[in-house]
Design a protein around this ligand. Structure first.
Ligand code: F6P
Length: 325
């Protein structure tokens, strides 16, 4: 199939670096003398026909901005066949031949179902601060989010050590502990609790009990929101009951982790993934997600990226353990 006009959208939770990817998709398409459309509000914009034509200048001054210039949405309508039918009709109406979807697990699932249902060519770009996508070592936004978290952890450390307090810091990661693990190591956490590791609470209590004897002046525990402990407040309450000698505080970092100017890493990654996705789609490739492994761009079938989970690097858990003695 010859691709004359393609579209790009961002879907699900926004992530810093999405703008760099949109910009690269747009400019690569224009570079290859094809037309490019921007869909606003993710899949919902396909259903509601919120589509605008873009050119190289439409994406000026966005590489440095967090969020997504095309807006994003978690579309419930697109989960229904009826919604997807409407989306397909909108694409036909605008004579669009292919679609680049930038988003996380749910968004890539949508692209896979859509392509299979209507035979409509789709290519995915992984964009989620959670980094929980199979087929890439890094998803857009992860690096920026971790940097945001360690900036916060550094600040919390100042006050924690001044008062000799124990802090529980909850970071994002609905089903995965990547942000917690990387920021925990980089922020010098005493302990890191992630959904991939079960039954860690007794170990944590043991560690905290020994902490005074080890002359630690502050204790920072990083907890992924999806951890089985039930969140930082719940965990803090249980630990407080068992270790009354500690003055305990809780900080939930929340949505600040999703915003902010992207790091150089996310800007370069977004640019690489955007060019790769546009060129692959224009060359007739589809139903894959572009990703990066060992600094090389790779393609993975969408179906695989959805069904498989990325592996947590066990060596990093060992590093965290050793460095927190
Ligand atoms: O995009 C991923 C994520 O930030 C998760 O870490 C978090 O659980 C979720 O999105 C929050 O989603 P929302 O912004 O819709 O509340």
């Amino acid at each position: 199939m010859i691709m004359n006009k393609i579209a790009v959208l961002t879907s699900g939770g926004d992530a810093p670096g999405m703008n760099a990817a949109i910009r690269a998709v747009v400019r690569a398409t224009v570079y290859h003398k094809k037309r490019i459309m921007g869909v606003q509000y993710g899949y919902q914009g396909l259903i509601d026909d919120q589509i605008v034509e873009l050119n190289a200048r439409s994406v000026k001054n966005i590489i440095n901005r967090g969020g997504t210039f095309l807006k994003s949405y978690r579309s419930k309508d697109f989960m229904e066949k009826e919604g997807r039918q409407k989306a397909f009709e909108t694409l036909k109406k605008h004579k669009i031949d292919g679609l680049v979807v930038i988003g996380g697990d749910g968004s890539l699932t949508g692209a896979d179902i859509f392509e299979k249902e209507f035979g409509f060519p789709c290519i995915g770009i992984p964009g989620t601060i959670d980094n929980d996508i199979y087929g890439t070592h890094y998803a857009l936004g992860f690096d920026t989010a971790v940097n945001t978290v360690i900036d916060a952890i550094d600040k919390i450390r100042d006050t924690a050590s001044s008062h000799s307090r124990l802090f529980f810091i909850e970071v994002m990661g609905r089903d995965a502990g990547f942000i917690a693990l990387y920021s925990g190591i980089a922020g010098g956490a005493e302990a890191i609790l992630i959904p991939e590791m079960l039954n860690e609470e007794e170990k944590l209590l043991k560690k905290l009990k020994m902490s005074k004897a080890r002359k630690k002046t502050s204790n920072l525990v990083v907890v992924a929101e999806g951890d089985q402990s039930g969140g930082a407040y719940e965990l803090a309450r249980r630990v407080g009951n068992r270790l009354p000698g500690y003055e305990i505080k809780v900080t939930i970092l929340g949505h600040i982790q999703r915003g902010g100017s992207p790091t150089y890493f996310d800007r370069v990654l977004g640019s690489r993934m955007g060019v790769e996705a546009a060129e692959a789609l224009l060359a007739g490739k589809s139903n894959v997600m572009v990703g990066i492994k060992n600094n090389k761009m790779i393609h993975t079938p969408l179906e695989k990226t959805i069904k498989l989970n990325p592996e947590m690097n066990r060596e990093l858990l060992r590093i965290a353990e050793i460095c927190s003695i």
